[in-house]
Design a protein around this ligand. Sequence first.
Ligand code: ZN
Length: 299
Amino acid sequence: MSGIDLSFAGDVRIQTVQELAWPGVALDFLLHQVPHAEFAQTRAYQDERFVDPDTRELRMSYHSTVLRTPHGNVLIDTCIGSDKHRPLIERWHQQKFPYLERLAALGLAPVDIDYVCCTHLHADHVGWNTRLENGQWVPTFPNARYLFAEPELRYWEQVRREDPAHIFSQSWDDSVLPVIEAQQAEIVSPDHEIVAGVQLQPAFGHSPGNVVIDVRYGEDHAVLSGDVMHHPVQIERPDWNSVFDQDRAQAQATREALLKRVANGRTWLIAAHFAGPTALTVTKDREHFKYHSALRTRS
Ligand SMILES: [Zn+2]
């Protein structure tokens, strides 16, 4: 199991909880109309941490990020979840993941989570919002406030009304609605500050109300970028969209703007599906962004 453990400004810790490592994702499953010949020219293609050298398939991870702050424990993105009915994607369907055990290995029980925030409401980011108990979906984290960015919540509420068979209407029903009904949901603006130093920022495009989480303590800075990028190859090629980007032009503009913001060699970029080191830093050489897996020290 891979995972990060970063310390910020002495008293904030950033850790990941991995639910699923998926090493063999076909290029066409994840990235939209990327020519194989161009993919083969990228640096990520040669990087065994991100692309399987035998099959040349992509490695993906599904993980949450936990922020342990003096003002409470914040859980960002809640993965696929156990027992969820997702017949369209086998790896998501009726699974039993040892996710809570892995959270416990970090010393955290469900009662210890104070805030839950999903960067967007796709099924693989809301799953552990709830768990099945005696045939009912109940909030997994009984003491948590679940924060939902308003444009994202309103959009999927409307999809649910108009298209009950939509795959993300299923996840609305089993992973979002039960939280609202349990009165643990809080609808917030897309630039809401969760606790001091941890703030949502609008990053629309992948989904209509998608956000990223900006974490800043002292000199230390990280951006939890959710699905603005799905694979490190998109740092080199921000013009490549994911199959799952809903508004591709807006998703690309958001990705480029985010990369510009973090391309200082010091900000950690922590994406929801990056395999391997999970946290990367970024620099820009002339026109091209480049990823690194360690901090660049100031010269
Ligand atoms: Zn995702």
